[in-house]
Ligand binder design. Sequence first.
Ligand SMILES: Cc1ncc(COP(=O)(O)O)c(C=O)c1O
Length: 407
Amino acid sequence: MASQNKSNFIKLCYKTFHKIRKNNQDFKKGLFMSIKKPSSHSHLEEIVPYQAGKPIEELAREKGLKTISKLASNENPLGPSKKSIEAIEKNLCNLNRYPDMNGYDLKKELSNHHKIPSEKIILGSGSEGVMTYIAKAFLGAGDEVITSSNSFIGFYIIAKASGANLKLIAPKKSNQFDMETIEKSITPKTKLIYLANPNNPTGTIITKHEFEMLLKKCPPNILIIMDEAYFEYAEDYKEYPNSLDYDYPNIITLRTFSKAYGLASLRVGYGIASPEIVTTLAKVKPPFEPNLLGQVAACEALKDHEHIKKGIIENKTEYERLFKYLVDKKLSPIPSFTNFVTFYTKTGENSDWLFNQLLNQGVIIRKLGANNMHDFIRVSIGTKEEMDHFYESFDKISDEFLKKMKG
Ligand SMILES: Cc1ncc(COP(=O)(O)O)c(C=O)c1O
């Protein structure tokens, strides 16, 4: 009798075990069938991720080349100030600590530099970082953002990712922003106007007169981003407006340490706006941006006036040489107020051909397909040696290229 009970008990256990296992399997199956894939915002589907200039190491690896001149990302070819490098070295042993989330020292330096209160400054991981805070704080589905169709792709991506509608206004024939049409395109849904001044990838500027006309006509509830990433290269031109000279509560000025200051890799930028806007942006800003090394290097970079001056002078010399070279080749370069020049290639095929021919010789330039400017190429201004490399490489293929331009 005892053994009968034992065998019934074992059978019961066995049955129960299988029932639980089956229920478990059915449960999991049901779960997988009822749960769909994680879904992102549908408006992200049309966004193509940002494509940066080809890195030097990648080209060296691919082609086995020793000498490479990267003229693709509008960086300062002289590198950072020695003072920045010293500050970085001094702070390497503090990498275990979070950086000052208020960026006190850097804001103080910037406040002295621009003669503005610290409350008007927001720091970020590059000026693109500040753009993302602006989009997070001010833009949403249905909002309209107006800018030119030949401007900075990085901003287009950030604005589109917020769900806003990007209204891209065609430039004038001269490749300059069509400020009149931009102003006329304002509607009650317009939340923000983005103006890169000087503009990337054309190198053109919006003049004082054009900017002042916009300020007169733009309703004060519309934010105006003045992206002045290339400010240091343009500030001495009489016609160039420094947006910090205009006291309007709806202007956000963006500046960066990535270009003239030579700190692109450290990702330090900042915005200057009314204290109200800065307080709002601080609510959406990840607390520890920019990083420690960026903060200390930027403080020193601001103080090294000699280094900046040298970079601007050398850039001007090489700009004039490059512009003349391109004019002599009848490639219609666009007059630029920056550290790069964009020129006409007639077709996208010509751009691809030229890009690949120069790449084979170790010179990296930039195609502008992402801007829908397939028939243009952009060249950043490098050191004298890098530019010589560009000219020597171009000279080797220029007869064939000019034939293509005529064909
Ligand atoms: C017009 C413009 N704005 C902003 C940026 C990005 O600057 P940052 O490195 O500060 O994010 C660039 C970089 O090429 C640029 O051309």
